[in-house]
Design a protein around this ligand. Structure first.
Ligand SMILES: O=C(O)CCC(=O)C(=O)O
Length: 321
């Protein structure tokens, strides 16, 4: 059970790119920009008729989730179907399952309805624009992404429960390669996931025209309300940001390796070698550890990415690749 009362994340109606970068991106903190995209033509996507006219024949992957007898979405039993947006709108009203266009590349005819957001210049390179179209009650797994996310809401509302990376140990990552939790925050057994009580939840609810910045590696579980359409801008996290995240883990005492491994890692880092040579030694150390122990000392792949590639940068202030 979550015992702590969720903290509302900051919100503004207007922010300059420099302030956004220094306080939120560099601060590694989420932010709601109310009305940040309310002037975009995509606000017209609240009409099926409009969307069918410009993109009805576009084919998209749709997640299909069955419902339990109690009407709960069975996330683990989802499957995927490819269909046109027109067919999707017809399935939308089916009562016995949920159809969700989630995290799909935005169909090209819809690009025309996007515009610049007020802090676009902070993220000059976007990796993808992904499309989300679902309905009331839709929800996601609790997970994190290794990218910056700029979620722009055009119809319906989304409620996010978020957790900082420093709570990683309390969030029950599924296994070392998956970025999602075993726990469902809405229906979990507190005996099965006792550490969740220690996590500090943050909450954000966005409405049409709002934008939510979710910094890379922040955990989130999302619930949708009403007919629900959004686009998220997926942006590669910068090297600088990864370094910051690792720094945050060290500061919080949450660098999840044992003291002896940590000392070994710091010893290797302290060697009078070039950064790339030291990085190669870290990798070799990790390989040998795996051979001896039959397992990785990284509890999760995120730490491989953060520690091995970035600890050097934190301590020495330069990139290793
Ligand atoms: O809106 C949703 O259903 C999930 C969004 C999400 O988890 C994400 O953008 O990473």
């Amino acid at each position: 059970m979550l015992t702590k009362i969720p903290i509302a994340i900051d919100e503004v109606t207007d922010i300059q790119p420099a302030a956004f970068k220094s306080q939120y991106v560099d601060g590694h903190r989420p932010l709601i920009i109310r009305g940040g995209v309310s002037h975009w033509p995509a606000m017209q996507w609240n009409s099926n008729e409009y969307l069918l006219k410009i993109a009805g024949d576009q084919r998209v992957k749709v997640d299909v989730f069955p419902l339990s007898k109690q009407g709960k979405i069975l996330l683990e039993s989802g499957s995927e179907e490819v269909m046109s947006i027109k067919d999707f709108t017809m399935k939308f009203f089916q009562e016995d399952c949920y159809h969700y266009i989630s995290d799909q590349n935005l169909p090209p005819p819809l690009y025309q309805d996007l515009n610049e957001h007020c802090v676009s210049s902070v993220f000059p390179v976007e990796r993808r624009r992904t499309f989300w179209w679902g309905k009331n009650g839709q929800k996601s797994f609790l997970h994190y992404d290794d990218n910056e996310n700029f979620m722009c809401q055009f119809d319906g509302e989304k409620a996010f429960l978020l957790f900082d990376i420093t709570d990683f140990d309390y969030l029950y990552p599924k296994d070392e390669t998956e970025y999602r939790s075993l726990a469902d925050l809405e229906q979990h057994d507190s005996n099965q996931f006792p550490l969740l009580a220690k996590a500090t939840p943050y909450v954000a609810r966005i409405s049409p025209g709002d934008v939510l910045y979710v910094p890379c590696y922040w955990w989130h579980q999302v619930k949708s309300f009403g007919r629900n359409i959004a686009v998220s801008y997926i942006i590669n996290e910068s090297m600088e940001q990864r370094v910051r995240v690792t720094g945050k883990l060290i500061e919080a005492g949450a660098l999840p390796v044992s003291d002896s491994i940590r000392d070994d890692l710091l010893n290797i880092i302290g060697l009078d070698e070039t950064p790339s040579r030291r990085n190669a030694l870290l990798k070799k150390y990790h390989r040998e550890y795996q051979q001896q122990q039959g397992k990785s000392y990284y509890p999760h792949s995120i730490f491989h990415r953060l520690i091995e590639e970035n600890l050097l940068d934190i301590l020495y202030g330069h990139a290793t690749y």
